[in-house]
Design a protein around this ligand. Structure first.
Ligand code: WT7
Length: 655
């Protein structure tokens, strides 16, 4: 098994139709119904989104105009409209029979579990919000969240949304240094964390990492709110740090949701690009709430009794939209699991499905491939008959893994939605609607109604059927990011000017390569920029290179991805050394450790290759294409005529 190679994907022509039984009760029941929605959305996009916003969300005050696109690429949706995402996720369900329905069903890695009904979650969120207010957090203040996968992570996010304080969740697997950089960039005053979290049978000391991050004077944080999870000894700085369990018993449960402007900032989430430091992707309230809500409802076909589980961590956009906001906005039950696939418990995902009778399950190809390797006996020993719908996200899924998911997990009866989207798009953009659109293994199929996705050349012209090109989106949609925090110019340049706008028509450039087949189905081929997708994590090669050259032994570094059976891509670093430093096994290990310290274990190179020099063009640009071929052990494919010194290549080959 490997990355979906061009060959394996080009040969793929199997078509899987949803069963008549599934379609009959589905939210969207047929291809005809899907097409009708698309037609309505393209005939009058604003009316399409406005109708949904009116029907599906609670507004404290209606909007003036649906879309203000007078200053592209800066879009405004539902201007002057007032709403609150936490109200839409909680309060409005309390007057219905959802009041006592489980909102969050949580499983801890060591086997502990908790269930919170909508009424209970509402109370906890109100208390948490009042504690934040007591710590001085005001509307508009940014709050850092660095948490394990425990209910309090969702509670913290909802509490921030409730009082209008944009949150910036930093994945708990990021290092203290990475956390520090994000806290500085987002100018956070308060951080919410836990003493620790369980990850692969060990405790990650989150609070300790926060302490390290806060040693830097540029971090403006004056309070740290700490949730007790693991119970290990944890240092607390008087005056700065407070325990949630000390304040919770006396905190008031009365905290009305703040009426937010539709365009008020909801959260900032950092993601990697091909250049520079990670970008703070800004999402706002109204458009994001609507898009999270409607995509979750239609794509995961939410029905009253569904138990829905998305395995993503809340540190990523998938966790924001499809663990917390989209699910709760619909009043559905969201399963949260602290554990990750691990050799010590090869049946852990299937246990959770069996125990909680999960009916809709959404995970990543890298997890699927890891479980394939652990053996079919584990899922086969569990009762997975509660499942009715499966989803994947994060990278292209190779048809072999798709077929395993379909057969071994889905019992050949569950449709699979392969969902293409990005941190930037807020919600799913290209996907099957499970009762309507037949699927092909390895294809994300068709755009969500209202999304004008296309495959284009660098002039913005659509390419022909089955021709490769760049994935782009033609018209704004409500879930789209609004800007990069503190850097609107970078927003414009990165996403909207890569393909120059023609006659004021802006095209969103996604950074992925793709083709469309004769049925209009999208086949996403992966990133076309210097971004590596390793185990579903998006990493900029430049970030890893900067981490490497910050080590005193390293002169130069170039990082590329190499095909990997489980991770999709593994990270390979080519490194040249300073002065008298000698290459050695020990140094390679030290450099890997250094990257872990600077960014986190998700960025740790699988391989360090020492070199005397790196292949460069005459103008001094590192030729990564050659390094990619070398790392993969393949023949150098393309043109090497621009290479400045051919000897360098020979040496690298021998090394
Ligand atoms: C990049 C976005 C938002 C989901 C989690 C990752 C790749 C995502 C698919 C898919 C092929 C996919 C793309 C995209 N990607 N889903 N179904 N098929 N590729 O979010 O970290 O912002 O990464 O993930 O390359 O650009 P992200």
């Amino acid at each position: 098994m490997s990355q979906p190679t061009i060959e394996s994907i080009l040969q793929e022509n199997r078509l899987f139709h949803p069963s008549a039984e599934f379609s009959q009760t589905a939210r969207i029941k047929s291809l005809g119904e899907y097409r009708a929605l698309c037609d309505r959305a393209s005939a009058d996009p604003q009316a399409f989104w406005a109708d949904l916003a009116r029907q599906e969300l609670h507004w404290f005050q209606p909007w003036d105009s649906v879309l203000d696109w007078s200053d592209p690429p800066f879009a405004k949706w539902f201007t002057q409209g007032k709403l609150n995402l936490s109200y839409n996720c909680l309060d409005r369900h309390l007057t219905t029979d959802k009041r006592d329905k489980p909102a969050i069903v949580w499983e801890g890695e060591p086997g502990d579990s908790r269930t919170l009904t909508y009424a209970e979650l509402h109370q906890d969120v109100c208390k948490f919000a009042n504690v934040l207010k007591d710590l001085g957090v005001q509307k508009g203040d940014r709050v850092g969240i660095y948490m394990p996968m425990i209910p309090e992570a969702a509670i913290a996010m909802l509490a921030c949304a409730r009082i209008g304080a944009p949150h910036s969740v930093v994945f708990g697997g990021f290092s203290a240094e990475a956390l520090r950089d994000r806290l500085i960039d987002v100018e956070a005053n308060v951080v919410i964390t836990a003493d620790g979290g369980w990850r692969k049978d060990a405790i990650v000391p989150l609070k300790e990492q926060v302490d390290t991050a806060l040693k830097d004077a540029r971090v403006a944080v004056h309070h740290v709110l700490v949730v007790q999870r693991t119970g290990q000894a944890t240092a607390m700085e008087p005056g700065r740090d407070v325990w949630w369990h000390d304040l919770a018993p006396t905190a008031s449960t009365n905290c009305p949701a703040e009426p937010m402007d539709s365009e008020d900032m909801l959260f900032v989430l950092y993601t990697s690009g091909s250049t520079g430091k990670p970008k703070g992707v800004v999402h706002t309230t109204g458009g994001y709430n609507l898009y999270a809500h409607i995509t979750t409802q239609w794509i995961f076909d939410l029905q009253e009794n569904d138990v829905y589980w998305c395995t993503a961590d809340v540190g990523w956009i998938t966790g924001h939209t499809y663990v917390v906001y989209g699910v709760l906005s619909n009043g559905a039950t969201s399963v949260m699991y602290e554990g990750a696939p691990r050799g010590s418990n090869p049946g852990c995902f299937w246990d959770v499905i069996e125990k909680h009778q999960v009916s809709v399950f959404y995970t990543a190809p890298t997890a699927i491939r890891a479980f394939i390797k652990m053996g079919d006996e584990h899922p086969k020993a569990r009762d997975l008959s509660s499942l009715r719908l499966l989803g994947t996200v994060g990278e292209p899924i190779n048809p072999e893994a798709w077929m395993w998911y379909h057969t071994v997990i889905g019992g050949e009866r569950c449709p699979i939605v392969d969902t293409w989207w990005q941190t930037e798009t807020g919600g799913i953009m290209i996907t099957a609607l499970p009762g309507a659109i037949p699927t092909k293994p390895g294809s994300a199929t068709l755009p969500f109604p209202g999304i004008q996705a296309d495959v284009v050349d660098l002039e913005g012209n659509s390419v022909g059927v089955n021709e490769g090109g760049y994935l782009a989106v033609r018209y704004p949609h409500p879930g789209m990011m609004r800007t990069i925090y503190g850097d609107p110019d970078r927003f414009r340049r990165t996403y909207w000017e890569h393909i120059p706008p023609k006659d004021g028509n802006y095209l969103y450039f996604a950074g992925d390569g793709a083709r469309r087949d004769e049925d209009g189905y999208f086949w996403v081929m992966g990133r076309v920029d210097d971004v590596i997708n390793s185990a579903g994590h998006r990493l900029g090669t430049m970030e890893i290179e900067s981490a490497l050259v910050s080590h005193p032994a390293v002169a130069e570094a170039a990082v590329v991805g190499k095909p990997d059976d489980i991770k999709g891509e593994d990270i390979v670093a080519f490194v040249t050394l300073e002065g008298t430093h000698q290459s050695s096994e020990a140094l390679a290990k030290e450099l890997k450790q250094h990257v872990t310290k600077e960014i986190g274990a998700i960025a740790r190179p699988g391989e360090i290759r020492f070199a005397e020099a790196l292949p460069k063009t005459r103008s001094g640009k590192i030729m990564r294409r050659l390094l990619r071929d070398l790392a993969a052990g393949a023949e150098i494919s393309g043109d090497t005529s621009t290479l400045e010194d051919r000897g360098v290549l020979e040496k690298l080959r021998e090394g």
